[in-house]
Design a protein around this ligand. Structure first.
Ligand code: ZN
Length: 347
């Protein structure tokens, strides 16, 4: 499906195998010499076929086209490595390029799961069977791009690191990158100040609440970052939001207020679970199993993947609440068991 947004800007909706998300948006911006595609869609045959068909209709040649990736999730980045010819660029952010290049992330994941109460057997099977999204990452080019970025020189390969406030001029549009960490560690939006357009990736979506995850091996405070990034975008003058999923929308400030309310309510819910929890405290997995998720099935019917994401989302709340001194945590047994208490609880 192709929707013309403005002269030279098109929204292309691509199919996803994920039943809840259903589709992902890719935006094609036609320039005089070079075009830009914001996000690439997922690495599946259906997605690729739909994107190639749309590009043909829009008369876009990949040789004259670069990709800007809002964040390195597979539905946004999956096709970029295979679709980008050698002379084109893939713009990505530094924090995610760095993190995804870490080789110990699976082991880190296992320790992290155990530490937070995830059933070990289930975790073992999950890591064994997990499809390896990382296999499609152009790790060498990412590493080269990071090195070049540090030295302030041009990288050899297709991957380029995008800076905050960098400007990409495409046709009549002047697109400024806006770092909006939260949904991922380096999530980046594109803003067109004159036309007041915001390509928001998964930072703000109209009908979906972006998940905020705390992943193994990270030392950041993702929910804090997300809330700050919401404030950052709130201060921009935006007429039209062009999100990573579903339809474009207006009134970004009302949506930002709703997202903040959602996180506040979840915090209240988690806080109430930590009341009267006695000496032992509760681990993040136990807390996650009691949160009211916006998912029709009960917890015991969640897939391991869903439970893994629910744990990551719960931890982003717990880390945030801890940083606000609303709760405390303690890790026992060589840090292999972590528990959370409401601040006032005894121990
Ligand atoms: Zn997405």
């Amino acid at each position: 499906m192709i929707e013309k947004i403005l002269p030279g800007i098109f929204r292309v909706e691509l199919p996803l195998p994920d039943l809840s998300l259903q589709t992902v948006n890719v935006y094609v911006i036609k320039g005089k010499k070079r075009n830009l595609i914001v996000d690439s869609g997922m690495d599946t045959q259906e997605c690729k076929k739909a994107l190639l068909k749309a590009l043909q209709k829009l008369d876009i040649k990949l040789e004259n086209t670069d990709f800007f990736i809002t964040h390195l999730h597979e539905d946004h980045f999956g096709l970029a490595p295979e679709m980008t010819p050698a002379n084109s660029k893939i713009y990505i952010n530094a924090p995610e390029a760095t993190y995804l290049g870490i080789e110990s992330r699976w082991e880190d994941g296992f320790v992290h799961g155990k530490k937070n109460g995830f059933p070990e057997k289930e975790l073992n099977k999950f890591f064994r069977d997990a499809p390896d999204f990382f296999r499609i990452l152009p790790l060498e080019e990412m590493k080269d791009a990071l090195d070049a970025h540090k030295k302030g020189i041009s990288p050899q390969g297709r991957v380029h690191i995008i800076e905050d406030k960098e400007v990409l001029n495409i046709g009549d549009y002047s697109l400024q990158s806006i770092m909006t960490p939260g949904h991922t560690s380096g999530h980046t939006c594109l803003y067109e100040p004159e036309k007041k357009l915001l390509f928001s990736g998964d930072h703000i979506l109209e009908t979906i609440t972006p998940a905020i995850f705390f992943w193994p091996g990270e030392s950041r405070n993702p929910l804090y970052e997300f809330l700050r990034s919401l404030d950052k975008v709130n201060s921009l003058k935006v007429d039209l939001v062009l999100p990573g999923h579903r339809n474009t929308f207006r009134n970004h400030r009302a949506r930002i207020a709703e997202l903040k309310t959602h996180h506040y309510q979840r915090e209240q819910e988690i806080e109430s679970m930590l009341l009267l929890n006695g000496k032992r405290g509760r681990n993040a997995y136990e807390i996650a199993s009691e949160v009211t998720w916006n998912i029709p099935q009960p917890w015991n019917e969640f897939t391991t993947m869903l439970k893994w994401m629910a744990l990551a989302e719960t931890l982003s709340h717990l880390k945030f609440m801890e940083s606000q001194k609303k709760i405390t945590s303690r890790c026992l047994n060589d840090e292999l068991k972590c528990y959370f208490w409401q601040q006032a609880s005894p121990v």
